[in-house]
Design a protein around this ligand. Structure first.
Ligand code: PLP
Length: 457
């Protein structure tokens, strides 16, 4: 069937994530992939600059994962992981994850990121109830955070566009500024942005009352909200503030996990151990859906110390789904045996360096973010001196993204909008971890041409 007919049929029957009918005009029908490249139904090839949705970490077309799923499905397609039964792939994967995540004492499996964060948020409530501190219910989240699209994870998300048509949000989520070095407002003289952002966290806890605050949730490096890198001092300071006021630290490692930043988990860069760590996406590189939470012994103890009638009454039909776990095990084997974490670190450094060389002197590129694995972004501004964004109607980010597509690179842009302080248009990159140096150069060269086509220089 020609692509046009496929999109027509799609439009007739399917509602997509973030759906609006106007998007279908630009829809690609993706039919295949190998390495960092995908093909569409018209026969065009594209370098996937965002690993689809930040998740295809090992790249496309790995038959080993298909074989792992098929082998498992032939022997046992499914059995429930509710208390009382378990399956071999989930046992093996749980053991494997304990070896990758220092400081973690147990894992609970989910099917995706929002389910994982939902489990993390509920577990934070449970934890304090189990300890008798029943008033600790609020969650501090950060502007520009993305934590998922269910009602609770949407409420934790710090991007108002996700709330607008679904409000009211779940009560008890308090948003503070994130550590956004380019846009943070209110740092005092002599303070780093990390110190100021950690101070803002402490002030928020004191304002709300520490006896009401259960947790802070944050992505070690923001993904969808703009690939925002914190200053090096930020996470250790956040950990210290959380410890000072008995607030759990929930790390959303759904983008930053499984090699994306050159380590197994993003917080490793700062030597910080969270109380609960959510993961999804890269754990299976998207070959099958899987997510979950890792937890420390302290959290595990709370779950295991209560009376049966007060049990952690949480679970999903697909927790520990055997084929998904088998695929995750094979994915982790490939990440490790092919040195993809090291490649992510090396190619991420090359990408960041290439972007800096190409755009540091550009009059409309205000911020160039990168440096920890394959997570990078450019932020565009009308004027560098004032950091003023382009008007939303100019659609600068979207136009650059469209030019990139014409040049054979798929990625994602962010429009100039957002909570205060408003960010500029952005182009985001998170290619598969198997990317080569010449493919990194292709991204940078194409971006140079796309930016010239839109901004004239
Ligand atoms: N957390 C982060 C950091 C994400 O980037 C995402 C998805 O993009 C999620 C949570 C939600 O994951 P899912 O879409 O699998 O529910």
């Amino acid at each position: 069937m020609p692509a046009q007919d496929l999109t027509k049929t799609d439009k007739k029957h399917q509602i997509h994530s973030l759906h609006h009918p106007s998007d279908v005009a630009e829809q690609l029908v993706i039919t295949g992939g190998k390495g960092v490249t995908v093909q569409d139904a018209d026969g065009h090839s594209y370098l996937d600059g965002l690993s689809s949705l930040w998740n295809v970490n090992i790249g496309y077309g790995r038959k080993e994962l298909a074989d792992a799923a098929a082998t498992q499905m032939r022997s046992l397609s499914y059995y429930s992981g509710y208390a009382g039964t378990t399956t071999i792939p989930s046992i093996r994967l749980a053991e494997r994850l304990m070896g990758l995540a220092p400081g973690m004492a147990a894992v609970f499996f989910a099917s995706g990121g929002a389910e994982a964060n939902e489990a993390a948020l509920k577990t934070a409530r449970f934890y304090w109830k189990a300890l008798g501190k029943t008033g600790k219910l609020k969650v501090i989240a950060r502007q520009y955070a993305y934590h998922g699209a269910t009602l609770q994870t949407m409420s934790a998300t710090g991007i108002p566009a996700y709330w607008k048509m679904f409000e009211p949000r779940i009560p008890g989520f308090v948003h503070i500024q994130t550590c956004y070095p380019y846009r943070f407002q209110g740092a005092r003289p002599g303070e780093t942005v990390g110190q100021a952002a950690a101070r803002e966290l402490e002030e928020a806890i004191l304002r709300e009352g520490p006896e009401t605050v259960a947790a802070l949730i944050g992505e070690p490096i923001h993904g969808a909200g703009g690939v925002i890198y914190p200053t090096e001092d930020y996470w250790p300071l956040v950990r210290a503030v959380c410890d000072k006021y008995d607030v759990l630290l929930l790390a959303d490692e759904i983008v930053t996990g499984f090699g994306r930043t050159g380590r197994w988990f993003g917080l490793e860069h700062w030597g910080v151990t969270p109380d609960i760590c959510s993961f999804a996406k890269g754990v299976t590189s998207g070959y099958l859906p899987l997510g979950g939470i890792l937890m420390t012994q302290k959290v595990r103890n709370a779950i295991e110390s209560v009376a049966p009638a007060d049990r952690w009454m949480h679970g999903y039909t697909n927790s520990g789904q055997p084929a998904c776990c088998a695929v995750a095990l094979e994915n982790i084997r490939i990440l490790e045996s092919e040195g993809l974490l090291e490649n992510s670190a090396r190619m991420g450094a090359a990408l960041w360096q290439g972007l800096k060389e190409a755009f540091a002197g550009h009059p409309h590129v205000g911020d160039i973010r990168g440096g920890k694995g394959l997570l990078a972004a450019l932020e565009f501004v009308q004027e560098k001196a004032t950091r003023e964004s382009f008007a939303q109607a100019d659609k600068v980010g979207q136009r650059i993204k469209t030019e990139l597509k014409e040049l054979g690179i798929l990625t994602r842009s962010r429009a100039a909008e957002g909570p205060h302080p408003a960010a500029g248009d952005q182009i985001l990159f998170a290619p598969p971890l198997c990317i080569t140096e010449s493919e990194v150069e292709q991204i940078v060269d194409s971006l140079r041409r796309a930016v010239r086509a839109v901004l004239g220089s």
